[in-house]
Design a protein around this ligand. Sequence first.
Ligand SMILES: *[C@@H]1O[C@H](CO)[C@@H](O)[C@H](O)[C@H]1NC(C)=O
Ligand SMILES: *[C@@H]1O[C@H](CO)[C@@H](O)[C@H](O)[C@H]1NC(C)=O
Ligand SMILES: *[C@@H]1O[C@H](CO)[C@@H](O)[C@H](O)[C@H]1NC(C)=O
Ligand SMILES: *[C@@H]1O[C@H](CO)[C@@H](O)[C@H](O)[C@H]1NC(C)=O
Ligand SMILES: *[C@@H]1O[C@H](CO)[C@@H](O)[C@H](O)[C@H]1NC(C)=O
Length: 299
Amino acid sequence: MVSFRSLNGLAKAALFSTLFYTTSFAQDSNVKIIYLFEDPALSNNTAIKTSGFNTAVVFALNIQDNGDLVYPLSALGGGSPDVTLVSNGSYVGGTKYADLIKGYKTGDTQITRTEATVGPATLIQSMINANGTDPSTLLYKNLATLKAAWNLDGINNDDESLYDVPSTVSFAKMLGQIGYKYSGAPYTNIPFWQSVVSQVNGNVSGLLDRMYLQCYDGGAGNDPGEWQTDLNMKVVPLLWVVNDAKPEYGMTPAQCQAKFQNWYSTEQVAGGGYWNDYDIEKQNSSYTAYGDALDAVFG
Ligand SMILES: *[C@@H]1O[C@H](CO)[C@@H](O)[C@H](O)[C@H]1NC(C)=O
Ligand SMILES: *[C@@H]1O[C@H](CO)[C@@H](O)[C@H](O)[C@H]1NC(C)=O
Ligand SMILES: *[C@@H]1O[C@H](CO)[C@@H](O)[C@H](O)[C@H]1NC(C)=O
Ligand SMILES: *[C@@H]1O[C@H](CO)[C@@H](O)[C@H](O)[C@H]1NC(C)=O
Ligand SMILES: *[C@@H]1O[C@H](CO)[C@@H](O)[C@H](O)[C@H]1NC(C)=O
């Protein structure tokens, strides 16, 4: 038996990746994702559905102290009033947003998976620490109600500050019981995400099946290949479309295609995607052009 200590770094990495990739679960390999950061009632949903994206992620629902799930529309483009979606286990959000979100997967569309980003992690932690994750808890009931009302496939974790492994793993297992898939949207802190992936998928293989890696702003220096090795799973790099909030991170469709092509050729990333629809519309950019950039690389 060769001891790890006697192997050099490269051989060690090769051995680890062999072990990892031969035991890992099947992942989607052509994920084409768009984050929805605009009020869906104001977006060009025809374009979102028919430009090649196969995944749409609603950003972002807030859990309240009383467990209610709120869509904070006033913080999004358009400034519509906030909508309470779920309260005490019942859907109270009306048909407008339920129909819009369900509609991404129906009719003339290429979208097959919808997710919602849900936070804050601090409240999820305190609710789980107080009451656990049993189907009788408010957290479980409210998220099960949301899934049914919006026909969602996944919940997305965009924790950028708390990084508590135990409550995150418990939350993921609870979501799996409800029937959701789980995804991450990291920009930093590989050790946290590494523990989460290993413990979540160690309990339920393939439950945390996607990692949308921010490769812009605070994550601009991220190397998807390094994350893939450390997390033992393929990642989906995200780029920021042309925007006026932080223009230095905005990329044209051609710039995005070049980045995605490079990551796909060298590191076989599992797809690519964009932050976000609001900027595409505000800048009069083309959904088709951004979608085509993904299609050209990921098919
Ligand atoms: C919405 O997108 C479709 C498909 O790309 C396009 O034909 C249509 O003109 C767009 N509508 C508006 C209001 O921009
Ligand atoms: C919440 O729902 C439960 C049962 O679904 C009910 O017994 C309880 O009275 C409700 N609480 C409030 C504050 O409405
Ligand atoms: C825990 O459950 C109790 C009883 O249902 C509820 O009153 C309380 O608000 C819950 N606490 C948290 C932090 O969710
Ligand atoms: C399963 O999850 C628990 C936490 O809920 C964790 O401590 C344990 O390590 C996980 N099991 C595996 C095999 O990863
Ligand atoms: C986008 O188009 C609208 C309507 O034509 C225009 O008012 C706005 O200035 C344009 N924005 C940019 C960034 O070009």
